[in-house]
Design a binder for this molecule. Structure first.
Ligand SMILES: Nc1ncnc2c1ncn2[C@@H]1O[C@H](COP(=O)(O)OP(=O)(O)OP(=O)(O)O)[C@@H](O)[C@H]1O
Length: 310
């Protein structure tokens, strides 16, 4: 890749060939990402895919094994306090601050930043006004998570990392959180990198989704691009004369069905033609990785799952 480096509109996050190994276990095997200002970008992947590892490297908390990257025009391994103040993190709940009251905690954290949000406005923004005087350890799980979000944005970050932010949210809280993230991106130009296992959440919230499976980005695009790509190949299923279940992916299902009929002695058992959804494609990738049926060099990937990172 020769285009790495500064351009007129340098992405907020640019990653090339990122690798990470823990001991002799390769977790990231060459990740490329370009995330632009004001974009809500979802990094989707199953447990253990390497999402948190990727985010921790981007946040400067973990040293990568290889590759190049820039986050807000800085290599995270060399980011100082001024760089860190431009980034908001929503990680784990603030267990160390259990005895603090909600408004006190926000007011305290606001003093760390040069242009922090007003704590009362922030409480209203995340729907915690009624809990302002409550101790942190008396909040429900969903309220705790909203407080995490409030703490993540108190310093008006340009870039916000949300690591599985809606875990424990009820549907209403999840909806309100989605509206909040959209507002931050649309009205304030905040760039958001969100990790999730939840495809529905990624589809609802993200401008673009990258699917991280087996240490590589297996697909990347807008939700509608990915859905279109997933549906481009139909899946034909049937049962062969000897009882073997068969399935084949094809862009021309009518031709395949015609061929099957031409060679069959009689009716074709259990014949079914379906267009995969984005969820089918994602689950197919995840299961294939779990089965170990994915080639180590990635050459057996289906064409419809191949996508550039940009
Ligand atoms: N400090 C560490 N030392 C050794 N292995 C680690 C370490 N941190 C993570 N791993 C391993 O690296 C892999 C990726 O972990 P990571 O937490 O990045 O995945 P994830 O996609 O965020 O998973 P989840 O969705 O479960 O949070 C896992 O197999 C994990 O066990």
């Amino acid at each position: 890749m020769t285009t790495f480096g500064r351009t007129d509109v340098q992405p907020v996050i640019q990653v090339r060939d990122l690798t990470m190994a823990y001991g002799d276990i390769d977790v990231l095997r060459g990740v490329d990402l370009d995330i632009h200002r004001g974009e809500v970008f979802a990094l989707l992947g199953p447990n253990g895919a390497g999402k948190t590892t990727t985010v921790e490297i981007l946040e400067g908390f973990r040293q990568r094994s290889g590759g190049e990257m820039s986050v807000l025009a800085t290599d995270p391994e060399r980011g100082g306090d001024a760089w860190r103040a431009r980034i908001g993190l929503v990680l784990q709940s603030w267990r160390d601050h259990r005895r603090w009251r909600v408004a006190e905690l926000l007011t305290h954290f606001a003093t760390y930043y040069p242009d922090s949000r007003d704590p009362a406005e922030l409480l209203a923004l995340v729907g915690l006004t009624d809990q302002a005087g409550r101790q942190v350890d008396r909040l429900s799980g969903g309220q705790r998570r909203r407080l995490d979000v409030a703490l993540g944005i108190v310093g008006r970050p340009e870039l916000l990392f949300l690591d599985e932010p809606t875990t424990g949210f009820d549907p209403q809280a999840r909806h309100e959180f989605h509206v909040l993230v959209e507002r931050l991106a649309r009205d304030e130009g905040v760039t958001v990198l969100l990790t999730t296992h939840d495809l529905a959440e990624a589809e609802r919230l993200a401008d673009r989704i990258a699917m991280l499976v087996g240490g590589r980005i297996r697909a990347c695009g807008t939700p509608s691009e990915l859905a279109r790509r997933a549906a481009a190949q139909a899946e034909v299923r049937w049962t062969a004369d000897d009882g073997t279940p068969c399935r084949e992916r094809t862009e021309d299902p009518s031709r395949l069905v015609w061929e099957l009929h031409r060679h069959a002695a009689g009716p074709i058992a259990d014949l079914e033609v379906r267009r995969p959804t984005l969820e089918d494609t994602y689950l197919h990738m995840v299961h294939r990785e779990a089965d170990g049926t994915d080639g180590a060099d990635g050459t057996d990937r289906d064409a419809d799952e191949e996508a550039p990172a940009a």
